[in-house]
Design a protein around this ligand. Sequence first.
Ligand code: FAD
Ligand code: FO1
Length: 446
Amino acid sequence: MHPERYRLLRQGLPGEGPVLYWMSRDQRTRDNWALLFAQERALQTKAPLQVVFCLVPEFLQANRRHYAFMLQGLREVERALAAKAIPFQLLPGEPAEVLPRYMQQIRAGCLVADFDPLQIKRLWKSRVAEGIEVPFYEVDAHNIVPCWAASPKQEYGAYTLRPKIQRRLFEFLEDFPPLKKHPGHYLEGTGGTDWAAALKPLPQAGELLPAATRPGEKAAAQVLGRFIETGLAAYDHSRNDPLQDGQSRLSPYLHFGQISAQRVAWEVQRAAGPVDSKKAFLEELIVRRELSDNFCFYNPRYDRVEGFPDWAKKTLDQHRKDPRDYLYRFDQWERGATHDDLWNAAQQEMVRTGKMHGYLRMYWAKKILEWTAAPEEALETAIALNDRYELDGRDPNGYAGIAWSLGGVHDRPWGERKVFGKIRYMSYNGCKGKFDVKAYISRHLA
Ligand code: FAD
Ligand code: FO1
């Protein structure tokens, strides 16, 4: 395994007990560098291997639709691990409380976690590290070029990160070794997780999604296969049209780690198809996505106006007093009850389906800035709606996407105008020039 794929979070005296993989961001058995690293260590020390998932009842405004999708995926993980004689343990509760105790119980010899730049995850890890004695590793199983290997600092934009990623891609973009059946293991009578009981303490509010988006590793692989078959060739020119089904629809699976971005990149670059479409897709999947992790990893204020670049904070301050043409309360935004039918249609698409087309997400966020009294309130509103309704929400891509839209992160200053200052503006007429707005509205506005 590439030595830069993992790092030691905490020294410690390795014990003889099982190597424990604390699964969190990368919820899959195939193509999972954290799981492969844990198995490598277990085989070296002839130790058992176990996987644990700490299930918290609240996670960044997640509700029933997100937990249902995630738990379905985890059931599949449990079954796939059992086929490799690797026990899976669901641990309800806060990681700092339940994990050190569980590790005592099973006398774990070493802890392995997957990488996640979000503040909440870094807090979890630092608290767990205080409560254990054994070595604690972190493996970047989410990015192709590990976040810390791609760049040692926050990048200005795709144009500064791209060359750094391209320089090292050949080192890291490789096929995966298979996960082995773990020797010396038998799943003595573990009847598996009581998944119905696991659902009980979780949020019951919020309606479930239409069954169209099926969760889990198998479903994710099918979505990838279908995209390569039917969507990739036209990706370059259809991805910005919300009326065509031109995007891959992979983001919920990437968010929950039910598919590896490296697997997606590996299959796409080997697939037949026009080079410019493959290039355009890999730019989003690799550069844009890794840029989001870079932003959240090196900028702890990724979900605050303080996290915007100085030029953006300055220009927004200069226009704080500009009169807003409209002002909406949170419940009006949430219900899609503004004067703008395009905005309302996009909001309703998201509430109903758990997804909004990438092009409209920019317009959607920018209008919240335009028709809210202050940037802080706009940011809070956009994050709350994105994290409550988007299936792929609560993700570095979301914080970076919203910070790009409202605060010029990874963007540059544009022509000055009211409210926005030099933040890039998007207009209803601009959308009309891109796609058939009327058709989109009639399709999504109830
Ligand atoms: P495709 O176009 O098929 O792209 C494939 C993959 O590339 C995506 O799944 C994603 O992982 C990555 N990608 C594509 N575009 C971007 C981008 N602009 N930035 C980072 N990665 C990208 N993405 C999320 O995963 N979760 C979010 O909560 C989220 N919120 C956003 C909010 C705003 C305001 C904006 C402007 C963008 C947001 N994005 C978010 C990024 C992007 O819109 C989605 O990743 C994309 O629309 C998901 O659909 P897809 O998988 O079909 O995309
Ligand atoms: N990760 C966990 O380790 N435990 C959880 O209970 C958990 C709940 C959860 C709910 C919704 C959601 O979108 C993500 C959730 N995650 C959870 C985190 C997820 O696995 C990702 O790591 C991050 O959201 C993306 O960085």
